[in-house]
Write a protein that binds this ligand. Structure first.
Ligand SMILES: [Fe+2]
Ligand SMILES: [Fe+2]
Length: 512
């Protein structure tokens, strides 16, 4: 193992921006270019160092919340990546916002189901969409907190969908109350999108059109005056190198503990892509590390396996939720798309030289000893013991979890599958034995302050069950489920399903 190079904070946050591009079906490095524009705008407008630093990290994290938690959007809109591809089209407020949402609502659903969705949307004045958008802001802000980026970054991230005229979401801040960092980021975000599709004229036109509505007028005036400098060479820059060079913290590196926290955040974001998978990545990491220890691997390799477990499915974010949430068998093209996720995992992590070995191990979790795995069809000696342990832990843990098309397998049945895979030459027999021997030793902890029943309700909620489904699963009335949920939200200090799920993950409820 060669894990000597430290990981820079800027590399890690820039990696998260690539994850966001991927999750939203946008061109890679879009957010990186947006960040270059935001920093050039900061320079031209005379922003101080504090605002520049806040704008840098805020920009890189703005869309991270939208990369995960796309299941709810997919349920409302069909393919969430289509929705995001169009989301710069209009100046989203009032009537325009409603028309935009109505155009997308229920895409891919039957006409009857679609009509029902439109009726519900109109009746609730789009509350469900607003809740999803707010949850995205909260997820990004919470992630910034976990990366120790401070209030100067957490605060503007909560305002990601606010507008200068106060007609944004949640509509709590406008004008001078809008954080200077988010004003820079919002203008940069739209300027980048329109520059990409309509060139310099398109970027300047959209800024002018939305002056004083979506954007700070003074900032628009500054951009219009200096647009040639702000957009100079944007098509040709190496966005990754440029952004890393702009790092306001001048190459600050993450401590080992901070890096572990960040990689656990990767784990949670990967699992949020499909609610039944919540806790999967943390569970696989814990099980693989326990099995690696049992096999007598070096401490540094145990650490590598644990980290690879946390990040192994981050590439899932690049595949639409509709595929992960399908209850019918996948079509050939859906299966092909799903099978790209380990490759995308490796691609996502490639910008952090200090995590090369982790990325390699993570990307091999679907490879099989007989060459029948993916994405590269590696076999035999090409797969080190670290990868073999991770592969066995991934299979065992997944079998015990529910999936949209099947119930979880009882532990005995899951334990029977692994030796059969080893016998067939696909999984390593030693890795399988170590995983099975380690599998009974993990203890699920209960979040503080919740009763046993509330914990059960939270676990079901975290796995994406609706209130009626929770009621049916636990043989409770819907009213009782609602009462439990009210208590859970109050005790955990949260307001949305996503936040509750994240708390459940952090406290070890849904993980292993
Ligand atoms: Fe996977
Ligand atoms: Fe997995």
């Amino acid at each position: 193992m060669n894990e000597t190079a430290p990981v820079r904070l800027s590399e890690l946050v820039a990696t998260l921006s690539l994850v966001a591009d991927l999750g939203m079906g946008r061109p890679m490095e879009r957010v990186l270019r947006q960040t270059v524009i935001a920093l050039r705008l900061a320079e031209e407008s005379g922003a101080d160092d504090g605002v520049r630093a806040a704008a840098y990290y805020t920009s890189l994290l703005t869309w991270v919340g939208c990369a995960a938690d796309t299941s709810e959007l997919a349920a409302l809109f069909g393919d969430e990546t289509d929705l995001y591809a169009d989301s710069h089209d209009g100046d989203l407020a009032g009537v325009t916002m409603a028309m935009f949402v109505l155009r997308h609502l229920g895409r891919g659903s039957s006409r009857v189901r679609r009509a029902g969705m439109v009726t519900r949307f109109l009746a609730t004045a789009g509350r469900s969409v607003q809740q999803v958008m707010q949850a995205h802001c909260q997820s990004a802000s919470e992630l910034a907190g976990r990366l120790d980026l401070g209030e100067d970054v957490c605060r503007p991230l909560l305002q990601s969908f606010e507008r200068w005229d106060g007609r944004g979401i949640p509509g709590a801040a406008g004008g001078a109350a809008l954080d200077p960092a988010i004003r820079l980021v919002q203008l940069a975000d739209n300027v980048e999108a329109f520059h990409h599709t309509a060139g310099t004229d398109g970027a300047v036109t959209v800024a002018r059109e939305r002056r004083g509505t979506q954007f700070d007028p003074a900032l628009v005036d500054c951009f219009v005056r200096n647009h040639a400098d702000v957009l100079a060479g944007l098509d040709r820059i190496q966005a990754w190198d440029e952004v890393i060079a702009l790092d306001p913290r001048l190459g600050a590196c993450l401590s080992d503990a901070a890096l572990d926290r960040a990689l656990q955040a990767f784990a949670d974001f990967a699992d949020l892509k499909s609610p039944p998978r919540l806790g999967h990545s943390r569970g696989v990491a814990a099980l693989a590390a326990a099995a690696a220890t049992r096999l007598g691997l070096l401490a540094e390799d145990v650490h590598l396996v644990r980290r690879a477990g946390w990040v192994h499915d981050i590439g899932m974010i690049g595949v639409p939720s509709a595929i992960w949430n399908a209850t019918a068998p996948w079509s050939l093209s859906q299966a092909e798309r799903a099978r790209t996720h380990p490759y995308l995992t490796e691609r996502m992590l490639a910008g952090m030289p200090g995590l090369n070995a982790v990325a390699r191990c993570a990307a091999q979790h679907h490879e099989r000893l007989d060459g029948s795995g993916y994405p590269h069809g590696l076999s035999g000696d090409a797969l080190p013991m670290t990868s073999r342990v991770l592969a066995a832990a991934d299979v065992f843990h997944a079998l015990g979890e529910p999936r949209p098309h099947r119930a979880p397998l009882p532990a005995d049945a899951a334990a029977g599958v692994l030796p059969a895979e080893a016998k067939a030459g696909r999984l390593d027999p030693d890795a399988v034995a170590a995983v099975l021997a380690s599998s009974g030793r993990r203890v699920r902890r209960t979040p503080d302050g919740l009763t046993a029943r509330e914990t059960e309700v939270l676990l079901h909620l975290a796995r994406g069950l609706s209130n009626p489904e929770i009621a049916a699963a636990l043989t409770l009335s819907r009213k009782t489920v609602s009462t439990h949920l009210e208590h859970i939200y109050t005790k955990l200090g949260v307001t949305t399903r996503t936040q509750a799920a994240l708390v459940a993950l952090r406290r070890g409820l849904a993980g292993g």
